[in-house]
Ligand binder design. Sequence first.
Ligand SMILES: *[C@@H]1O[C@H](CO)[C@@H](O)[C@H](O)[C@H]1NC(C)=O
Ligand SMILES: *[C@@H]1O[C@H](CO)[C@@H](O)[C@H](O)[C@H]1NC(C)=O
Length: 290
Amino acid sequence: MAKYQLLLLAFLSLVAMKPQIVFGNFQEDMVFNWGAPHSSIFNNGQNMQLQLDRYSGSGVQTNKQFLFGSIEMHIKLVHGNSAGTVTAYYCSSTGPKHDEIDFEFLGNSSGHPYIIHTNVYTQGIGSREEQFYPWFDPTADFHNYTIHWNPSQIVWFIDGLPIRVFTNNEAIGVPFPNEQAMRVYSSIWNADNWATRGGLVKIDWTRAPFIARLSRFNPRACEWTGPISLTACGSNSPANWWTKPTYHKLSYSQMGQLKWVRDNFMIYDYCKDTKRFNGRMPRECSKPII
Ligand SMILES: *[C@@H]1O[C@H](CO)[C@@H](O)[C@H](O)[C@H]1NC(C)=O
Ligand SMILES: *[C@@H]1O[C@H](CO)[C@@H](O)[C@H](O)[C@H]1NC(C)=O
């Protein structure tokens, strides 16, 4: 074949390729804030490992702060006996009245299910836990844990399925996280005083190190560059895809998916815990979930 034909073929095969999704880079986007020697970034910043042993856990945080958008992370949790370990992936602002959106993964003995724990803090107040069993083995493969956050709602997604929604209920006096920028964090730590069967199962240190694997970090979010971002990130400008009407609430099919997850895999809902709140339920609990 003539040289130009080969070139043409190479060119055509390039064109036929799907556009590549460009993910964030751990090396450039994050810094270790705890236990750096226990963690590593490799594969040109595409992958990261967080480790826990009897001396330390480890954690990272983004350099940038965000206000609204989609924060995506693919995580493969500690496999085997992970009892007593907690792996966390969350967004948080700082200060005593901080806002926070959490995914936490509570480990378990081999063959027993992880608990996927979610929470949201507004103005420093949390106590809004919802917990789920995964419908898949979260230790066998990477799964897509994404937080969608806009002025109308927060949605927690796993592999594209919404598992939880926190709606903006400022109209009935419930603060919504819409004024404080957040960094993205991930960490693994020893929580064997409470995590597994309420603290009954302790970490088996002979199995250390415990390793959580992260990849495809993708913050498609509004970068906080000072107070001016407050209006810039929340405005209906076309660049702010997260404020488009389609993201104001779940679609009809997403509502079905949410219901499927909640009917089959939800194990704790703070809005149903009347004992805990002594009958004085948080205000948002009076509203339908979606
Ligand atoms: C991960 O899930 C989010 C939310 O559903 C979605 O927007 C994103 O495209 C997913 N990522 C991949 C690589 O499929
Ligand atoms: C661990 O397994 C036990 C028994 O299957 C289960 O009750 C518990 O919810 C699981 N998860 C955690 C984090 O304790």
